[in-house]
Design a binder for this molecule. Structure first.
Ligand code: AMP
Length: 293
């Protein structure tokens, strides 16, 4: 396994791989890798000859009161696991190597970033877009894999690539879950035993609402959201949002929406968890026919 610490080392490696005619796959991560990340690496390995995993806890995407300092790390295991899943290199710069001291140019998406997580984390997606743009320039990937777990992030990266003409294919990989439905996340480690036992309620609520929308369409959507919020709160969750958004534009979903992103951010204790479901709701005509039958 090759480990690169500087931008120059990565550039040099990428240049030699390209010269040898090998395609590059990139999997950007913040480390503390789990099966969700492994699914991305596995996917990248099916799509590219040389897969690079970046492990970088990017300070510019954390707000002042967020968990940057205590973000969990397991670098040696990350390297071993990346290799076991077929990656050939890990890029692990320090913040100082990644950002020059007088760094002052940002990539800022200005529509999709304003809602959902962007409301409570106003600088988050600017940090994400900027670091991913830098990684794309350094690694020059033919393909880059992101998780559906961070649905808003995946949409924003796809938009950045389209609007700024990055020559890279973005592949979004389905959410990997624990046996009880909790979406895998590096942050699950912060949960106390009680919070961990309660947290799968997020997935239960999302799947119940999703199923109701698939069966009956959007007519009862606000009642479903209210009931879902009550259930999350009853389990001890503090809701940041539980919303239905158009899955492509992130506009608030209405009865005409064809594909919906049903998304939640809920705190258990101090740990903020996110999850989502993509739903194609029954159309009004279908659902009224179902109701008549
Ligand atoms: P992170 O290290 O949390 O920044 O995540 C790095 C990448 O892994 C992002 O594209 C995430 O969406 C993806 N990812 C994290 N958790 C999961 C999961 N449970 N299932 C699928 N992808 C995930």
């Amino acid at each position: 396994m090759k480990i690169f610490r500087t931008r120059a080392e990565l550039r040099e490696f990428v240049a030699s791989e390209k010269k040898a005619g090998r395609s590059i796959g990139l999997v950007p991560t913040m480390g503390f890798l789990h099966a969700g990340h492994f699914a991305l690496i596995d996917m990248a390995c099916t799509l590219a000859d040389t897969v690079i995993v970046s492990v970088f806890v990017n300070p510019t995407q954390f707000g002042p009161n967020e968990d940057l300092d205590k973000y969990p790390r397991s670098f040696e295991a990350d390297c071993r696991n990346s290799e076991a899943h077929g990656a050939v290199a890990v890029f692990a710069p320090t913040p100082e190597t990644m950002y020059d001291r007088d760094f002052s140019v940002w990539v800022s998406e200005e529509k999709l970033s304003k809602v959902l997580c962007g409301k409570t984390r106003p600088i988050h997606f600017r940090g994400v877009c900027t670091v991913v743009a830098k990684l794309f320039h350094l690694a020059q990937p033919d393909v880059a894999c992101f998780g559906q777990k961070d649905a808003q992030q995946a949409l924003i990266i796809q938009k950045m690539v389209r609007d700024l003409d990055f020559p890279v294919r973005i592949v979004v990989v389905p959410i990997v879950r624990e046996h009880d439905g909790l979406a895998l996340s590096s942050r699950n480690k912060y949960l106390s035993a009680g919070e961990r036992a309660a947290a799968p309620v997020i997935h239960r609520v999302l799947t119940a609402i999703a199923e109701a929308l698939r069966q009956h369409g959007m007519a009862a959507s606000s009642t479903l959201l209210e009931a879902g919020k009550l259930e999350l709160e009853k389990a001890g969750g503090v809701i940041d949002y539980l919303e239905m958004r158009d899955a492509d534009t992130l506009d608030m979903a209405d009865s005409s929406a064809r594909k919906i992103l049903l998304a939640a951010a809920v705190k258990f204790g101090t740990t903020r968890l996110i999850d989502n479901e993509i739903v194609v709701p029954a159309s009004q005509t279908e659902s009224s026919q179902t109701n008549k039958r």
